[in-house]
Design a protein around this ligand. Structure first.
Ligand SMILES: N[C@@H](CCC(=O)N[C@@H](CS)C(=O)NCC(=O)O)C(=O)O
Length: 286
């Protein structure tokens, strides 16, 4: 728990007939939360020299894409060369006009593919993973049954992680007060999700059976980070050690060189030597 958290507050709130935005909600992200979409500033995004232009940040959703790009490069797909620019979501850069042109939903990651006849925008991390996997014919199984398994776990992640991040992570780590009901509700769900993964990984090396794929790349930054105490400082609270198969898989994926490289891109916190605000060449990571 953070020092700025307070004891439980009594449930004395009666919602008005119509909700209005008349005060900050409090908590870690209060300054960027808004009930409306659209730009708050004018900015043209920079364009680098490579076919793929990524605008992102090294959060779990951002890591999915940088890990994917580093995996593709390691497989020899030169067309996956990319420029990565940082979008500082704490400063509201996701609401600039230029970013909104590539993601009207104002969330990182967002990708611009400039190798197509007209530049192609892709937003939503799951869509970006699928787009890249199909573009390069890589990291997605060709066997129909394994491919279906890969789709299933990819979409499982997209549906499940908001309970982990927006639910559990928010109320356990970031909310301005401790609400036992909210923490109980989301801890229950996240532990259930971990058990789903643990049972699957007891019989399967990777998410799509014996093939490393975009399903692993989508799930690892969230659930791997959670059980290795990389997000929310909650490993002890959720008894992460008990999910032994998730731990095995987390360690195995974490050992991959492209995963290590991708995890450093767009990182603007932590030890100085681990940070990399922008990435324009392979040598930036060497
Ligand atoms: N479903 C989206 C979620 C993306 C997302 O939530 N991104 C967060 C950072 S991890 C963000 O940009 N937050 C800024 C905001 O909500 O204003 C995806 O998978 O791409």
């Amino acid at each position: 728990m953070t020092e700025d958290t307070q004891p439980n507050q009594p449930a004395d709130y009666t919602p008005p007939k119509v909700w209005t935005w008349d005060k900050e909600s409090g908590g870690r992200f209060a300054n960027i939360n808004r009930p409306i979409a659209g730009p708050t500033s004018e900015k043209v995004l920079p364009i680098g020299k490579h076919p793929l232009q990524l605008h992102s940040l090294a959060t779990p959703n951002g890591l999915k894409v940088t890990i994917m790009l580093e995996e593709l490069l390691a497989l020899g797909h030169e067309g996956a060369e990319y420029d990565a620019y940082t979008i500082n979501i704490g400063e509201g850069e996701q609401f600039s006009s230029g970013f909104i042109e590539i993601n009207p939903n104002s969330k990182i990651p967002a990708l611009m593919d400039r190798s197509t006849p007209e530049p192609t925008r892709v937003f939503e991390s799951g869509a970006i993973l699928l787009y890249l996997a199909e573009k390069f014919g890589a990291l997605i199984p060709t066997d129909p049954s394994k491919r279906a398994e890969c789709y299933s776990w990819l979409f499982w992640q997209m549906g499940s992680a908001p309970y982990l991040g927006g639910g559990f992570g928010h109320f356990y780590r970031y909310a301005p007060m401790r609400i036992e009901y909210a923490i109980d509700r989301f801890t229950m769900e996240v532990k259930r999700q971990l058990d789903v993964l643990d049972r699957h990984l007891a019989d399967n090396e990777y998410m799509a059976k014996d093939e490393y794929s975009i399903a692993d790349i989508a799930i690892w930054p969230w659930y791997g980070s959670l059980v290795s105490n990389g997000v929310y400082e909650a490993a002890e609270f959720i008894d992460a050690q008990s999910y032994t198969n998730v731990q095995r898989w987390t360690a195995m994926i974490g050992e991959r060189e492209p995963v290590k490289r991708g995890s450093r891109v767009n990182k603007v916190w932590g030890p100085e030597e681990e940070q990399l605000r922008e990435r324009h060449d392979a040598s930036d990571l060497d």
